[in-house]
Design a protein around this ligand. Structure first.
Ligand code: AMP
Ligand code: MG
Length: 466
């Protein structure tokens, strides 16, 4: 479909009760300069190639109605009132094919929810979000996306001194979070809760039955699928607080995230996650914990009778684990080229992972090497070959399935750091080079050891989105 690129903003979110948002304008910055602009995404959204002033918040696009959204959240298990402290939603862009996407500025200055924060963001973390979200998108994993990063010409002040300030334009199916429901529940406002549930259903799950139970089940199913996808590529989100879990089923809020290199379920990257609450292997139970908080918030919607509604919630919550296991096992079978299902598969998979943990094998490269037949034969591989022989598919079909289930390239931590450091110093070449590689993750025929070798043996740490 051909149509002139234009801002076509709607604001269905602002039809919700006033509890859920506050109108607030971005604070203009000194000197907006475009660092990176996602032309392919702009085309999908039907957006014009606007100048840096728009993506810095200095100039509002036509039809914008800027708001900060309110929400609460469990941060490291502690409940707090939050809200967009450094983000402003411009509106919902209607795409040429009828889609609806939130266009949000991240780092546009203070809002009523900023608490002691400055409402600003530094260039490094915004480029990290750009890189990792685009890598996730290329891997086929539901995610918010990044349209633009502009520098502000101003410094932001953090522990380590002054850093170049930046604004990221984030594109999301919506920014409704588990924490948005917790916000309404904390206000004991059942009508607001009901309105939010109906908005969420219409926006993300229009085909389901119009009940709170059906909505919860749909959300749980999408989270189970998402978590399986994270686990299958070794993604560690790093800060799975309930305010960072989107009900659309998209990955959201890239802070101290990274891809695991040596396989170890205890892998943690976030410098503040001292107890490993958000470790790689802990992500599925944490997702279920977050869904339990959602169910609690939704209690008044499940049933009028208090006892009955708790019973319903208690039935719904554990279903996540079954759903997750189902998607994870299906995904692991694909990673090993298995089209059929055998009872022995779970043990075969577990044994491989145990062996990988013991030898400190690189997660991505182990599966990539199995896909291209370039790994050394061992006892486990003979068992795998025997298992492969039990299915009718040819070696070629197996290889094809494996090549599209196991990425050749993920954003390696040392390459991400190198690109961010160079970009912060004004050199964008490493950033563009890395983007070119990680947006073609399935290209096993490209041999780029610099991008596929693990570079950070132990102790890699990332810092919260500052
Ligand atoms: P995050 O850990 O990035 O998900 O952020 C948690 C909460 O802190 C959210 O409500 C953010 O809006 C808020 N926040 C983070 N950084 C800032 C900042 N520089 N200024 C104001 N609020 C912030
Ligand atoms: Mg957040």
């Amino acid at each position: 479909m051909i149509s002139t690129p234009a801002w076509r903003l709607e604001h269905t979110y602002t039809r919700l009760p006033g509890l859920f948002f506050t109108e607030v304008e971005p604070t203009p910055v000194e000197m907006p300069q475009m660092v990176i602009f996602n032309e392919a995404l702009a085309d999908e959204l039907g957006l014009p190639r606007d100048d840096a002033a728009v993506y810095a918040g200095n100039k509002l696009p036509s039809g914008a109605r800027p708001i900060a959204q309110a929400y609460a959240g469990h941060q490291y298990a502690n409940f707090t009132g939050l809200g967009d402290g450094r983000a402003i939603l411009l509106g919902e862009q209607i795409t040429p094919d009828g889609g609806r996407f939130d266009i949000q500025l991240k780092g546009p200055g203070p809002t009523p929810y900023s608490r002691r924060g400055d409402g600003r963001a530094a260039l490094g973390p915004m480029l990290r979000e750009y890189l990792i979200s685009e890598a996730m998108y290329a891997l086929g994993i539901p995610t918010t996306r990044s349209l633009a990063v502009v520098t502000t010409g101003e410094n932001v002040w953090r522990q380590d001194g002054g850093l170049p300030g930046a604004v990221l334009t984030r594109v999301a199916a919506s920014h409704i979070r588990v924490g948005t429901f917790e916000w309404a529940a904390a206000h004991r406002d059942v009508e607001a809760l009901r309105a939010l549930a109906e908005h969420t259903r219409q926006r993300h799950y229009p085909a389901i039955e119009n009940t709170a139970m059906a909505l919860f089940e749909a959300i749980s199913e999408h989270q189970a699928r998402l978590l399986a996808q994270w686990m299958l590529v070794g993604f560690v989100h790093g800060v799975m607080n309930t305010d960072n879990m989107a009900l659309s089923g998209e990955t959201i809020d890239y802070g101290p995230c990274a891809f695991m290199e040596a396989y170890d379920p205890a892998t943690v990257f976030s410098s503040i996650d001292r107890n490993g609450r958000y470790a790689y292997g802990n992500q599925p139970p944490i997702a279920q914990w977050n869904l339990a908080r959602l169910a609690e918030a939704m209690l008044p919607l499940f049933h009028d009778d208090e006892e009955k509604t708790v019973e319903i919630a208690n039935d719904l919550i554990p279903k996540f684990e079954e759903r997750f296991k189902h998607h994870w096992l299906a995904g692991m079978r694909a990673k090993l080229g298995l089209f059929t299902e055998e009872a022995e598969d779970a043990v075969l998979i577990e044994d491989l992972l145990t062996q990988m943990k013991e030898s400190g094998a690189d997660f991505t490269n182990t599966f990539a090497a199995l896909s291209t037949g370039s790994s050394e034969q061992d006892a486990w591989q003979s068992r795998w070959q025997t298992r492969l022989a039990k299915q009718p598919q040819s070696r070629g079909e197996v290889e094809q399935l494996m090549r599209r289930s196991n990425p050749a390239f993920i954003p390696r931590n040392h390459k991400v750091e190198e690109a961010l450091a160079a970009a912060t110093g004004g050199d964008l070449k490493p950033l563009h080079a890395l983007l070119a590689v990680i947006t073609r993750p399935w290209d096993h025929d490209q041999k780029l050891p610099e991008y596929s070798n693990p570079g950070s043996p132990v102790g890699y740490k990332t810092f919260c989105g500052t």
